[in-house]
Design a protein around this ligand. Structure first.
Ligand code: NAG
Ligand code: NAG
Ligand code: NAG
Length: 346
């Protein structure tokens, strides 16, 4: 029973909870960390690694949210480690964050920060972040920032200011789901889904914006964090948490777009990558289907009655075998990673 349950959670890891699938810096796509499988496969990523974010005790899942604003995990996940790789981007270009499945009723803001890395041994919690995007609730459209991302094929476009000083930065992006506010522990409280990526920003800017550290950047009782969304009538009063937005300049980038070799994006050697993608695609397809099922039942659209949520449990139960099979395939891939010298035996 336990293995069945963990297989189910494994496959559904991203179903209830959001991670980043891929991220594009200045035209180059990089794989994000897949917390379900990358660690044991020796993957090199531009994303800071983290251990399971067990936001709720006893419910381990790779992409569990951090629910405490004072937790060191709010910066870049629990026990964040400096990544092996870094992206390259010219100041003034775009970052496109490609989020995994997303629950519509996880209403809340979507925020992005950049923070200069003084030296590679700087802890994530010591980095000073300035906000480059921080959409909350759009009153005119009656739409939350997470819904904009969801309706844009789950992508979020963030502009790198053109006038910041070149150098190594952490790009920190965050979904903050507010639906748990006002609910009792252990499920209650805000849910932070944060991800951090290293990027070497080039250009000729000189600005070094003031920043805040995390934890510390948000207060537990500030409106942007503690806001309860039960009462739709007050949604218009919402303001995103944290420091003021750094506007910066948005001039055209300097120089040609960077040339990035495939190995520097974190993509595995070709044959292994194919096998990795085959497993990942199945996991992601299942996670997405679970999300769509949940969203269609829970938020069927204006004027439509809410669906029977037991159908969601039936959906999950119907995929137990599939989850177990996926886990077996992953075990075989782990062995192969060790044989190929990509990973060390666990
Ligand atoms: C987002 O990632 C998924 C899974 O890797 C991929 O299929 C899709 O093409 C990506 N979308 C964008 C816009 O990059
Ligand atoms: C989402 O992706 C589909 C398939 O690639 C595309 O046809 C559609 O235009 C995209 N929608 C948005 C809002 O980007
Ligand atoms: C960042 O880019 C600059 C300019 O190309 C280069 O001199 C520097 O070595 C790069 N740093 C890292 C860590 O990639």
């Amino acid at each position: 029973m336990k293995s069945t349950l963990s297989a189910l959670l494994f496959a559904a890891g991203a179903a209830a909870h959001s991670a980043v699938w891929t991220i594009n810096f200045d035209g180059t796509e990089y794989p994000a960390l897949d917390a379900r499988m990358d660690k044991d496969l020796g993957a090199k990523r531009i994303e800071w690694t983290f251990t399971n974010n067990n936001g709720v005790e006893g419910r381990p899942a790779p992409w569990q949210a951090i629910t405490d604003v004072t937790s060191p995990g709010i910066t870049c996940g629990l026990e964040p480690k400096y990544p092996a790789l870094r992206a390259v981007a010219r100041a003034g270009t775009d970052i496109v964050v490609n989020w995994s499945g997303m629950i519509r009723m996880h209403y809340g803001p979507v925020l992005s920060y950049l923070g200069a890395i003084p030296t590679p041994d700087t802890k994530a919690q010591g980095i000073k972040f300035f906000k480059v995007k921080g959409d909350g609730y759009d009153k005119a459209a009656n739409k939350w920032a997470n819904e904009y991302v969801l309706d844009n094929n789950r992508t979020d476009v963030v502009k790198i200011p053109s006038n910041i000083k070149p150098g190594m930065y952490v790009f920190r992006t965050e979904l903050l789901a507010l639906h748990g506010n006002g609910l009792p522990a252990p499920l209650g409280g805000p849910q932070f889904y944060t991800h951090c990526f290293n990027v070497n920003i080039t250009g000729n800017g000189a600005d070094t914006p003031e920043g805040v550290t995390f934890p510390g950047g948000y207060k537990p009782d500030e409106k942007g964090v503690a806001f309860t969304i039960m009462n739709k009538a007050i949604w218009g009063d919402y303001t995103s948490p944290g420091p003021a937005l750094y506007e910066g300049k948005h001039d055209a980038p300097v120089g040609d777009s960077p040339v990035v070799y495939v190995k520097d994006t974190g993509i595995f050697p070709e044959e292994f990558q194919k096998k990795y993608e085959a497993i990942k695609e199945k996991e992601d397809a299942y996670s997405l289907a679970a999300n769509d099922k949940f969203n269609s039942l829970n938020n069927p659209g204006p004027g439509q009655p809410r669906g029977d949520m037991t159908e969601f449990a039936t959906f999950l139960a119907g995929h137990v075998k599939e989850g177990e099979k996926l886990q077996q395939e992953l075990e075989a891939l782990k062995k192969e990673a060790v044989e190929l010298g990509l990973a060390t035996p666990q």
